[in-house]
Design a binder for this molecule. Sequence first.
Ligand SMILES: *[C@@H]1O[C@H](CO)[C@@H](O)[C@H](O)[C@H]1NC(C)=O
Ligand SMILES: *[C@@H]1O[C@H](CO)[C@@H](O)[C@H](O)[C@H]1NC(C)=O
Ligand SMILES: *[C@@H]1O[C@H](CO)[C@@H](O)[C@H](O)[C@H]1NC(C)=O
Ligand SMILES: *[C@@H]1O[C@H](CO)[C@@H](O)[C@H](O)[C@H]1NC(C)=O
Ligand SMILES: *[C@@H]1O[C@H](CO)[C@@H](O)[C@H](O)[C@H]1NC(C)=O
Ligand SMILES: *[C@@H]1O[C@H](CO)[C@@H](O)[C@H](O)[C@H]1NC(C)=O
Ligand SMILES: *[C@@H]1O[C@H](CO)[C@@H](O)[C@H](O)[C@H]1NC(C)=O
Ligand SMILES: *[C@@H]1O[C@H](CO)[C@@H](O)[C@H](O)[C@H]1NC(C)=O
Ligand SMILES: *[C@@H]1O[C@H](CO)[C@@H](O)[C@H](O)[C@H]1NC(C)=O
Ligand SMILES: CC(=O)N[C@H]1CO[C@H](CO)[C@@H](O)[C@@H]1O
Length: 440
Amino acid sequence: MRLSFLAGLLALYSCSVSSVTGEISAKWSVPSGFVSTNGRNFELDGKPFAFVGANSYWLPLLTTSDDVERTFKTMQDAGVKVLRTWGFNAINGTELPGALQSNLTYYQLWNSSQWILNDGPQGLQRLDNVIATAEKHDIKVIVAFTNNGSGLELYINWIAGAGNTHDVFYTNPAIIASYQSYVKIIVERYKNSSAIFAWELVNEARCAGDILPSGHSCVPGSNTLKTWYRQQSDFVRSLDPHHMITTGGEGQFFMSKPFEFWFNGTLVSDFNFNGEAGEDFEGDLGLPNIDFGTYHMYPQLWYPQLDFPGSNFTVENWGLFWINQHINAANRAEKPLILEEFGVSGLDNKSSIYPTWVQHALDTKHAFRMALINSTSSSIMPWQFGELGLTESGGNRLIKYSDQIFRGASPNDGNTFYINQTQVWDIFTRAAQIQDQRSG
Ligand SMILES: *[C@@H]1O[C@H](CO)[C@@H](O)[C@H](O)[C@H]1NC(C)=O
Ligand SMILES: *[C@@H]1O[C@H](CO)[C@@H](O)[C@H](O)[C@H]1NC(C)=O
Ligand SMILES: *[C@@H]1O[C@H](CO)[C@@H](O)[C@H](O)[C@H]1NC(C)=O
Ligand SMILES: *[C@@H]1O[C@H](CO)[C@@H](O)[C@H](O)[C@H]1NC(C)=O
Ligand SMILES: *[C@@H]1O[C@H](CO)[C@@H](O)[C@H](O)[C@H]1NC(C)=O
Ligand SMILES: *[C@@H]1O[C@H](CO)[C@@H](O)[C@H](O)[C@H]1NC(C)=O
Ligand SMILES: *[C@@H]1O[C@H](CO)[C@@H](O)[C@H](O)[C@H]1NC(C)=O
Ligand SMILES: *[C@@H]1O[C@H](CO)[C@@H](O)[C@H](O)[C@H]1NC(C)=O
Ligand SMILES: *[C@@H]1O[C@H](CO)[C@@H](O)[C@H](O)[C@H]1NC(C)=O
Ligand SMILES: CC(=O)N[C@H]1CO[C@H](CO)[C@@H](O)[C@@H]1O
C-alpha cells in the first residue's frame, strides 16, 4: 500500500506506511523548519531537501566554545547541511577523577545499576552548545543515543552483570528501561528544536560486540534487532511526534539467498547479506516509525582479504554494489536513504575511489524492476569531517575512546579529511553544490 500521493497534496502533512504490516503512522503538521519525509525524499518546509553531511563525534567533547564555533563555520562554508554526532558519553565511576581533571565531557556516570545524569557545564550543557551553534549555522543534527560497544556494554555490565552476551542489551527488560530513561531525557530536552534532523536508536547495532560475543538466540531469522528497533522507535515516537527516527545501522541484509564471494579458491558466505550480523535492512526499514534507512560502508576494513589474489571484486566495485543494494531496497520501501558513514584510508585511495562512490550514491536515476526510474538517491555523510587550528589545551587533550587532537587537528583515525587536502575536500564541496541545487 502506498499513500505518498497524499503528501504532495498536503504540504504540512507527511505520513509513512509500512508495506509489511499496513500500519500507518501519521505525523500531523510537522512544525516549520523540521525536516520530514515525502515518499523517497526528505523535505523541509514543503521543498525537497538533499544534502552532504558531516560526521564529527568529537564536537561535544570540545571544551572551548570558540572551537565549536570555528568547526561549524568551516562546515557551513563547505556546504554541509547535516551533522551526525553522539548524544551519549558514558563513563565508569572509576574514570571520574581523570575525567574531572581533563575536563572530559560525560553525560552518564555508572557506579551502580542506576547511572547518574550529568546535565552540568561538563555534561549535557556541552551538547546544548553544539545544538545551539548548529542552529546558528543552519545545520541540522542527527543525534545517536548509544554506541555498539563502549556505550551499550556499560548497560550490560552494570545491570545484567558479568558473563552475559552482547545481545542481552536488546532483550533484558531492566536494560531496556534504563536505556529508555536516558532516551527520554535527551528527546525531551531537544524535542522543540528544529535543529534536530533525526533521532538515532544506536550506532551500528549487531548481535555481537567488539568485546562481548553474541548469544545463541541472536541469529539469522530471530528478528532480535528488528523487535528492539520496533519497540524503541515506537517509544521515541510516543515522546516526539515530529522528528524523524532511524536505526543508525550499518545496513546488513538478511537475504534468503545471500551473496557469496570468492576467497582463495573458496566461495564464502557474506556476513553483510546472510543475517549473521543481526540486522535485516529491508525488514527494519519497513517498520512504521523508522522514517529512513541508514547504511555504512568500509569494504577495505570488512574485506581485508580483497587484496588477496583470487578474490573477485575490488574495494571500489564492492562499494558501488553495496550502494545499489540499498537504493533498490529504499525504492521498494518508498523511504529516503542516507549513506551515513563511509571511508577508505590513504589520500590516494580517497581521491580515486570517493568520486565514483559519491556520484553513484547521488544519482537519481536507477534501473529498478527492469526500468530506468526516478529513484531515491542517497544523501551522503563521509566519515569523518576534520577541523584544523583548534585551540583547546594546547591542542593535545586526550579524547575518550580513540583519538587525540594533534597540533590543533581534530582526531584522525585514518579516514579523517581536512580542508588542506583539497583533492578530497573538493569532492564533497562539489557534491554539496549538486545537492543544494536539488533542494528547495
Ligand atoms: C562509587 O560507589 C562507591 C561505593 O558505593 C563510592 O564509594 C564511590 O564514591 C562512588 N564513586 C562515584 C564516582 O560516585
Ligand atoms: C579544565 O577547565 C577549567 C575551567 O575551564 C580550566 O581552568 C582547566 O585548565 C581545564 N583543565 C584542563 C586539563 O584542560
Ligand atoms: C567499569 O567498572 C567496573 C567496576 O570497576 C569494571 O568491572 C568494568 O570492567 C568497567 N568497564 C566497563 C566497560 O564496564
Ligand atoms: C515545547 O513547546 C511546548 C508547546 O509550545 C511548550 O509547552 C513546552 O514548554 C516547550 N518545551 C520546551 C522544553 O521548550
Ligand atoms: C563474486 O562471485 C560470486 C560467485 O560467483 C558472485 O555471486 C558475486 O556476485 C561475485 N561478486 C562480484 C562483485 O562480482
Ligand atoms: C589459501 O589456500 C592455501 C591452500 O589451501 C592455504 O595454504 C593458504 O593458507 C590460504 N591462504 C589464506 C590467506 O587463507
Ligand atoms: C589503499 O588501499 C589499498 C587497498 O585496500 C590498501 O592496501 C592500502 O594500504 C591503502 N593505502 C593507504 C595509504 O592506506
Ligand atoms: C522524472 O523526473 C523528471 C525531472 O524531475 C520529470 O520530468 C519526469 O516526469 C519524472 N518521471 C517520472 C516517471 O516520474
Ligand atoms: C593537512 O593537515 C593534516 C592535519 O594537521 C596534516 O597531517 C597534513 O600533513 C596536512 N597536509 C596535507 C596535504 O595533508
Ligand atoms: C561491530 C561494530 O560495529 N563495531 C564498531 C563499534 O564502534 C567502534 C567505535 O566505538 C568501532 O570502532 C567498531 O568498528
